[in-house]
Design a protein around this ligand. Sequence first.
Ligand code: NDP
Length: 332
Amino acid sequence: MPQIKLSLDEVDALARAAFRKVGCDEANASALTRTVWRAERDGAKSHGLFRVPALVAALASGKANKTATPKITKRAGVVLQVDGDQGYAPTSHDVGLPELIEVAKTHGMAGLAIRDVFHFAALWPEVETICDAGLVGYAMTASPPYMAMPGGKRRVFGTNPIAWGWPRNEGAPVIYDMATAHSARGEVMMAARDGHDVPLGAGIDADGNPTTDPAKILEGAQLPFGGYKGAALALMVDLMAGPMIGEKTSLGIEAADDGVGPALGGQTIFAFNPEMFGGADAMVGGEALFADLKSDPGVRLPGDRRAAVRPTTPTDGVEIPASLHEAIQGLT
Ligand code: NDP
C-alpha cells in the first residue's frame, strides 16, 4: 500500500482541519486532534488518523456533539463525575483530569466517573496525563459487544480495555494499556482492510468456529485474551465502567445505540498518590524494581515501545497510507 510521510505538525493540521470543517468548536477540535496526534506520534496507528473519517462521520450526522461542554461535579469527598454532554471523551478528560489530579494529590486518591461520552481511543493518553503529575493512574471503558465468552458465540462484551500507569522520576511513565480482547478491534479492522490474516485465537466466525480471517471475525465475534481470565476482566470493566458509575454495560450500550459509528458509554478513571500510601520509598521502590527487571537482557517495560518510536522533534515524520491522507483531505 503506497505510503506518504507527514510531519507531526502536518498530522495536527490535517486532523484539526477535518474537525473544524465539520463544525467542532475550538475545545472539541483541539482535544480530538491532540488524541489523534499522540497516537500517530507513538506509533499507535489503530487510534491515529485511521479513526478520523469515522469520528467526523459521527460528528457530521449529529450523533457526537461537536460543541460538547462537559460539566464536572463532586459527588462525595474524592469521587468526581463528569457529564460528557454526548461528546468525545478527550473533551471530558480536559475538564475532569486536572481536578482528579488535584484531589488525588491532596487526599491520596480520587475517582472520576465520566458519563455520556464516546470513547474511541487508546487509554494510555489519559493515564499518561495522570502519571506526568507524579500519580499512579488506572482507567477502563466499556464498548459495544464484539466479544464472546469462552465457550459461547454470542457477543456479550466490548473489547473493554484496561490501562494502568506508574510515574517515573525521569523519562516516560510505565504504562500498560490493553484490550481484554485477544486484539484491539482496530487491529482486526486494519487486517481486514489490508487483506492479511490475524492470529488463531483472535476470534470466531458467525458459527462459532475459530478462524484467522479478520472479515469472518468481524461477522462473528472476537475472543478475550487468556480465555476465561480475560473474560473475567472484561466483566469487571463492564461493571466498573457501567453500573458502578450509573452507565450502561456493553449489552446496554448496544441496546441504546443505532449501530452506526461510535456508541455512548462511560469511563472510570482512578488516580493514586504513591507517596501518601508508601512515603517517598514508594517511588524509590518502583525505580529499583524497574532497574532489576531491565537487568535481564531482552526484557522491556510496557510503554517502552511507544517511547522508543516517539519522534524527538515536531518536524520528524510519520507514515500513513496515501489513500487515508486523500480521504481525510476530502473532509476538509
Ligand atoms: P497490545 O497487546 O498491543 O499491548 C498491550 C500492552 O502490552 C501495551 O501496554 C504494550 O506496551 C505492552 N507490551 C506489548 N509487548 C510487550 C512486551 N514484550 N513487554 C512488555 N510490555 C509489552 O494492545 P491491545 O491490542 O490489547 O490494545 C490496543 C489499544 O486499543 C489499547 O491502547 C487500548 O486502550 C485500545 N482499545 C480501546 C478501546 C475503546 O473502546 N476505546 C477498546 C479496545 C482497545 P507498548 O505500548 O510499549 O507496546
